[in-house]
Design a protein around this ligand. Sequence first.
Ligand SMILES: [Zn+2]
Length: 384
Amino acid sequence: MLQAQEILSKLVSFPILGGEGNLEIIDYIENFLSERDVASVRVYNKEKNKASLHARIGPAVDGGVILSGHTDVVPVEGQEWVTEPFELIEKEDGKLYARGSADMKGFIACCLANVGYLKSLNLSKPIYFAFSYDEEIGCLGAPDLVKAINQYYNEKPKFAIIGEPSMMKPTNGQKGICIYETSVNGSAGHSSRIKQEVSAVHESMRLVLWLENKMNSLIDKGHVDHRFTPPHTSIHIGKIDGGIAPNVIADKCVFTWDVRSIPADKPEDVLAEFESYSKEREEELRAIYPGFKIETKAYHPAVPSLDTPENAEIVGLIRELTGIKELDTVAYAAEAGQFAEGGFQAIICGPGDIMQAHRANEFISKEQLSMGVDFIKKIGDKLI
Ligand SMILES: [Zn+2]
């Protein structure tokens, strides 16, 4: 059996970023599985340059476990890497360095390293692999993958374990996220005419402050969830671009913002209120400039939050397998909420530390990698 480390070193050699075609790594995984007599199914995007892949080991009966991972990684550009980022480098500190080593090819390597073992067991419930693309740019591949799993198999898997790096801590909560771009179209003119024209910059400032006030009012109304850090929905404007000179009224301004929502709040609700405020402003200012327009579009469909109850069966199972009782939550986006929406009890639990993810000199410790391998072995043992 190929060891997880060797498999990981192959997986990290595919420098596939979120948004890029991933068929090479899918070819590798597909061949790896078929050489071991495991059939897999591709779920293509529309352009057919990317695919997710799912496969089953074990019998076609209800109640199995999905192991989910993503095949894409974030860029290395502008980061100070000491080693070649797309080569797995083992150092004396017991750590394996490469982009994607922790987030989250390490988990995929743990899955693949266990194929022989899982096949050798006489599983009474199946184990599924579900590997996606474009996770890093808004969890874009997962919805189709989840749908495909529900349609392809006659039986219904029960659990989904998303192997994002959590240091093997069971993580039953995840914030939702959505990213928006708002474009404001005003009228141009000499700055002295500010009362006779509509400045896109001035109006954008009002909208930005509305969003900040919205965040604060949610907190004031008691929308807090202390399992998360920070314990509230955050709304943040990260980029703004408008105007050409101090003495010219800006006719265009564009800003981008994100909503990271606790499970009790929905980014779509914030958007709906923002849209109705935008409408009010449009109606008022069209008296001055009839072409005034505020348009907001989402960069990607909202990624749902995860809120698996503490008494759910999956929580008990992961607690038992990891020996860790304490539950964690994360503020980053992951595919867990999408699997939960697909009807599976979902939890995040995987090897490696999220602190290393997306940074220069990302690594996974050999200890974590072997804990990941053991974890999947134990899942198999549990399903005999
Ligand atoms: Zn990830």
